[in-house]
Design a protein around this ligand. Structure first.
Ligand SMILES: NC(=O)c1ccc[n+]([C@@H]2O[C@H](COP(=O)([O-])OP(=O)(O)OC[C@H]3O[C@@H](n4cnc5c(N)ncnc54)[C@H](O)[C@@H]3O)[C@@H](O)[C@H]2O)c1
Length: 275
């Protein structure tokens, strides 16, 4: 088991849109189970409350700090980062997990939706890095331990099926996130800070029932879920734990020589589509 004893993690988007396990919620709980003290932030107080209930049930409440925050608002991000450092003393791991897709191509997508997609999927990670990198840099100067940042991308920036649903804003933002992660990684490579991206494929998180079913107008959620399972070479969607374990690996000391790269967690989907 990867050991996060003595480490502090900041997980942005640590709730989930509905009951069950979202990627950020599973990541926050996994890191706490493996020894980290975790500050989890989310826009929705109720979403955070559900993660808090799990932390309490598992006896992890003493290493859990839930804070509401809009990750698109710089002053709010600065303030929760300060609160995390005030409570736990440092930040070793930053997970930028906030994001989600809206459908549309340049003509069908209203301009405000385009802008919101960029803010939701890209600016949130920019602001997380903006306010946490100086903390990590100070740590590196003080004790030689900088930190690890893991951003959550999507295969939605890499695979496009003819006749399939187009989410141009999401694809652009998540592709931009990879470039952002790689350039930030190189900027901080001599400062003890690693930056990588986990790229989930089709995952069965509460988002599928809560957002996609509505967006796609699928009258039958079961049909949509069956189609999503069938579209993966492994024959099934992944889940939030698949993402959480990939994040934990990239955040761990065992991944100490890995930076500026992407870990695709998609049951073979991108390889099959590009073959
Ligand atoms: N579920 C999938 O199939 C899938 C596939 C590829 C990538 N991803 C990516 O994984 C990430 C998480 O997905 P999920 O399925 O767990 O989604 P989710 O919506 O269940 O979880 C995201 C959390 O972020 C919070 N949030 C939304 N806006 C916020 C803001 N401005 N500030 C702070 N918190 C905010 C939400 O309240 C929610 O609790 C996203 O970046 C998504 O693009 C998901």
């Amino acid at each position: 088991m990867l050991n996060f004893e003595g480490k502090v993690a900041f997980v942005a988007g640590a709730g989930s849109v509905g009951e069950g396990w979202g990627n950020g919620k599973a990541t926050a709980v996994l890191l706490a189970r493996q020894g980290a003290r975790v500050c989890g932030v989310d826009l929705q107080a109720e979403a955070l409350a559900s993660t808090t209930a799990i932390m309490q049930a598992e006896g992890l409440a003493d290493r859990w700090l839930p804070l509401t925050c809009d990750m698109t608002a710089s002053d709010q991000v600065a303030s929760v980062v300060d609160e995390c450092v005030a409570k736990f003393g440092r930040i070793d791991v930053l997970v930028n997990n906030v994001g989600g897709s809206a459908p549309g191509d340049p003509v069908s997508m209203p301009e405000d939706v385009w802008q919101k997609q960029l803010d939701f999927n890209l600016t949130t990670a920019f602001l997380g890095c903006k306010h946490v990198l100086p903390v990590m840099e100070r740590q590196f100067e003080a004790d030689g331990k900088g930190g690890a940042i893991v951003n959550i991308g999507s295969v939605g920036a890499m695979t496009f099926q003819l006749g399939g649903r187009v989410s141009a804003g999401y694809a652009a933002a998540k592709a931009g996130l990879v470039a952002f992660s790689r350039s930030t990684a190189i900027a901080y490579v001599r400062k003890g800070i690693r930056v990588n991206t986990v790229i989930p494929g089709s995952m069965h998180t509460p988002l599928v029932e809560h957002r996609l079913v509505k967006q796609l107008g699928a009258s039958d959620a079961e049909q949509l879920i069956a189609r999503r399972h069938a579209a993966v070479p492994m024959g099934r969607m992944g889940d939030a734990w698949d993402v959480a374990h990939a994040v934990a690996f990239l955040a761990s000391d065992e991944a100490g020589y890995i930076t500026a790269t992407q870990l695709v967690v998609d049951g073979g989907m991108t390889a099959a589509r590009s073959a």
